[in-house]
Ligand binder design. Structure first.
Ligand SMILES: [Zn+2]
Length: 247
């Protein structure tokens, strides 16, 4: 099975090297995987193939994961107070599946975090098998970091449960106290549809202690998520007004 999957990506990876690395829980810091992981973000074509490769490997349980933890937020999930809403966009096509979002979270967040060893927290996890501690209904480990995803027609889907902390904001204090709402689509240069804005407002209304509704870019410098509309369009004001009206 592993040979079959890896051979599909022979143009992008050293199949034998990957096969050897994947035998170990610290596969992501072993060569040639570690070098491929560093370069996959640079080139769109390579990135898409890379996502598909990881998706297939995860799907067939060919990547060693830990199911028990500890995780980055193990002890803090027991009781948390939700006071912030953070707005995101997927910066992908709007039809993106939950499974694909999970692969993106796995690579962009979990693998990235486990590969760093610059402080004592990271040294604790460096080289360990990856674990989110979050599971779906089928007991499959999930790695997406949003609580809700909203499609352009306004339909919404639950991702993480409220008590679960998502590594979505790039800011630990914000992650601990927030719910992440994500618009499916790329809204870098145009705003989400009004039906999607209304849907987000309806979600926010369900939470009674919200003090701030912020864009991802306000929690972390250097990102333009959820897109330029957040700072330039009146839709931001409409979203906040709708969400806080008649509470
Ligand atoms: Zn974001």
């Amino acid at each position: 099975m592993i040979n079959e999957i890896l051979s599909k990506y022979v143009k992008f990876i050293d199949c034998e090297g990957w096969k050897e690395a994947l035998k170990y829980p610290d596969w992501y810091i072993k060569e040639p995987v570690a070098t491929d992981l560093k370069k996959f973000n640079g080139d769109v074509f390579f990135r898409l193939n890379f996502y598909n490769l990881i998706k297939e490997l995860l799907c067939d349980n060919l990547i060693a994961l830990d199911r028990e933890g500890p995780t980055f937020f193990h002890e803090r999930e027991i009781e948390r107070e939700i006071t912030n809403i953070v707005i995101h966009h997927t910066k992908t096509e709007p039809e993106i599946s939950k499974e694909y979002l999970s692969v993106m979270g796995f690579l962009n967040v979990y693998v990235a975090e486990y590969s760093r060893c610059h402080n004592s927290l990271h040294r604790l996890f460096y080289g360990k098998p990856i674990c989110s501690g979050h599971f779906d209904k089928n007991n499959k480990q999930i790695f997406y970091n949003y609580h809700w995803i909203i499609r352009p027609d306004g339909s919404r889907e639950r991702l993480l449960q409220d008590h679960q902390i998502g590594l979505h904001a790039g800011n630990k204090a914000v992650n601990r106290t927030s719910i992440a709402i994500c618009f499916a689509g790329d809204y870098s240069n145009s705003p989400p549809a009004f039906s999607a804005i209304e849907s987000a407002a309806r979600i926010i209304k369900q939470y009674s202690n919200i003090k701030n509704i912020i864009g991802h870019c306000e929690a972390r410098e250097g990102t333009d998520c959820p897109g330029n509309w957040w700072n330039s369009s009146t839709l931001r004001g409409k979203l906040i007004a709708l969400a806080t009206l008649c509470k």
